[in-house]
Ligand binder design. Structure first.
Ligand code: S6P
Ligand code: ZN
Length: 189
């Protein structure tokens, strides 16, 4: 085989758990302390150690983030847990460029993908292993872990999508996923 004809351009995904490996894998961790104001009860939030990990993200950017026309592959793992009666979840965001969509696909665990348009109309799609979710352009998205095990999903999004966290930090979503009598319930915020 001549050098340069056969090579892996991105990295490797372990299909049993969605994890990524390779030299270009980036990783970030979101702790409870970084999620101030995201959960409904500030009092319950303050009782959890700020260093508690809520979720981890891995991603491979084959092109620099912000590049038009590229794609990024990643995964997110949300730990199980509750802040009061509210399940651990991601911060949630709109994409900065409003016509940029995204795919999510669940690998492990159960939960909900909460979706909201700019008029604050909100709904939730159940997540379970194998479920594929198309996040239409312009929708805010947040994943919620309602199970007793980590919730892991893979995602693919445009490299120039960007993340608008400010709108969610200010007003949140208009639905919340809470534990009622031991089971998840989707309620108006
Ligand atoms: C990126 C994609 C995911 C999230 C990740 C964490 O567009 O939607 O990789 O970044 O699930 O969520 P958040 O809201 O903290 O970015
Ligand atoms: Zn996104």
């Amino acid at each position: 085989m001549q050098d340069g004809f056969v090579r892996n351009s991105a990295g490797d995904v372990n299909w049993s758990d969605g994890s990524l490996s390779g030299t270009d894998v980036k990783e970030s961790t979101k702790t409870m302390g970084q999620l101030r104001g995201i959960f409904r009860s500030q009092e319950d939030w303050s009782m959890i150690p700020p260093e508690q990990v809520v979720y981890r993200v891995q991603w491979i950017p084959p092109v620099a983030e912000g590049t038009e026309g590229g794609l990024i592959w990643g995964n997110t793992t949300i730990e199980p847990g509750l802040v009061g009666d509210e399940y651990f979840m991601t911060h949630g965001h709109f994409h900065q460029i409003s016509n940029r969509a995204e795919f999510y696909a669940t690998v492990r665990g159960t939960g909900y993908l909460v979706l909201m348009d700019r008029d604050r109309k909100t709904w939730a799609e159940p997540m379970s292993p194998g479920s594929i979710h198309y996040v239409h352009a312009g929708l805010a998205h947040r994943a919620v872990n309602c199970g007793e095990d980590p919730l892991r999903f893979v995602a693919c999004w445009p490299s120039d999508a960007g993340h608008d966290y400010g709108s969610i930090a200010e007003r949140g979503f208009s639905l919340r996923v809470v534990c009622r009598d031991g089971a998840p319930s989707v309620i108006a915020a």
